[in-house]
Design a protein around this ligand. Structure first.
Ligand SMILES: Nc1ncnc2c1ncn2[C@@H]1O[C@H](COP(=O)(O)OP(=O)(O)OP(=O)(O)O)[C@@H](O)[C@H]1O
Ligand SMILES: Cc1ncc(CO)c(N)n1
Length: 269
């Protein structure tokens, strides 16, 4: 069985972070492992508290995996500060790990900061150059590229700038797009632009969509699947998860991680 490591924050509410990643790995039939960067006290209403771990604590978790089990792919989520980013990048290099998916998590839906502002430069300097794919939403892509994104042309220019930072592929997600009917994602591999179209689902229950999407890409890459196909599966996975609503909590509820596999079973019958 292929193994995938998530390096991310814990979401007590179970919809985002480590919890979303492990559920996604399980559904896509890969063996999930974790290195926790921070513990958040969080629910569908927002983030009540953040308790970061030390860079050494993160590095030791990665050593535990590196010296025994190894991994076929990695996904990074909430990294919180520059010191953790440096520790994570150093360990990825030390173990020569490939298939590195970086979800540059910055701000939670309720506005809480999950990455210190001064850590953005560390992300660009240490992590993006050793990444296979980066998966920003629109505000994150704007931060990383220092430009405003208001059109498809802007998205393409931002994707080009991300590749210039050393990452091999970039997918700019459409969840925060102003288009009321579509939530399209744009993939750029340094040569071609590919648009992954989907209808925008009218719902407030989109907590953890970005975590789930990037975890699904990592799961597929661990199986040796090519980037374009991995992103397509991730897109189908998140579309199914948002569509099959759970109505948990009073705020932005989680998505249903079991929906994609359920839909595959139903089409087989
Ligand atoms: N309402 C929606 N309908 C359909 N797809 C959506 C919707 N909202 C988000 N998506 C899809 O979910 C994925 C994640 O995108 P999004 O831009 O929401 O990420 P994010 O802001 O990083 O998520 P989060 O911070 O909640 O984890 C993308 O594939 C996007 O197109
Ligand atoms: C722990 C954690 N990681 C990522 C996100 C972004 O969705 C969140 N809300 N919480």
């Amino acid at each position: 069985m292929r193994k995938v490591l998530t390096i991310a924050g814990s979401d007590s509410g179970g919809g985002a972070g480590i919890q979303a990643d492990i559920k996604t790995f399980q559904e896509l039939e890969v063996f999930g492992m974790s290195a926790i960067t921070a513990i958040t006290a969080q629910n569908t209403l927002g983030v009540q508290a953040v308790f970061p771990l030390t860079p050494d604590a993160v590095a030791e978790q990665m050593d535990s995996i590196g010296t025994d089990m190894g991994t076929d792919a990695i996904k990074t989520g909430m990294l919180f500060n520059g010191e953790i980013i440096q520790a994570v990048s150093g360990k990825i290099k030390q173990y020569g790990w490939t298939n590195v998916v970086v979800d540059p998590v910055m701000i939670a839906k309720g506005g809480a900061s999950l990455l210190k502002l001064d850590a953005i430069s560390a992300l660009k300097k240490y992590l993006l150059p050793i990444s296979t794919i980066v998966t920003p939403n629109i505000p994150e892509a704007e931060e990383l590229t220092s430009m405003k994104i208001e059109s498809l042309e802007d998205k393409k220019e931002a994707a080009r700038r991300l590749i210039d930072l050393g990452v091999k592929n970039a997918v700019i997600k459409g969840g925060h797009d102003t288009d009321p009917l579509k939530s399209n994602d744009l993939l750029y591999d340094g040569v071609n632009f590919i648009i992954f179209e989907s209808d925008r689902i009218q719902t407030k229950n989109t907590h953890g969509t970005g975590c789930t999407f990037s975890a699904a890409i990592a799961a597929e890459l661990s199986k040796g699947i090519q980037i374009e196909k991995a992103v397509k599966t991730a897109k189908d996975f998140i579309q199914a998860a948002i569509e099959d609503q759970l109505y948990i909590g009073l705020g932005h509820g989680p998505t249903n991680h079991g929906a994609y596999r359920k839909s595959l079973r139903e089409t087989r019958i």
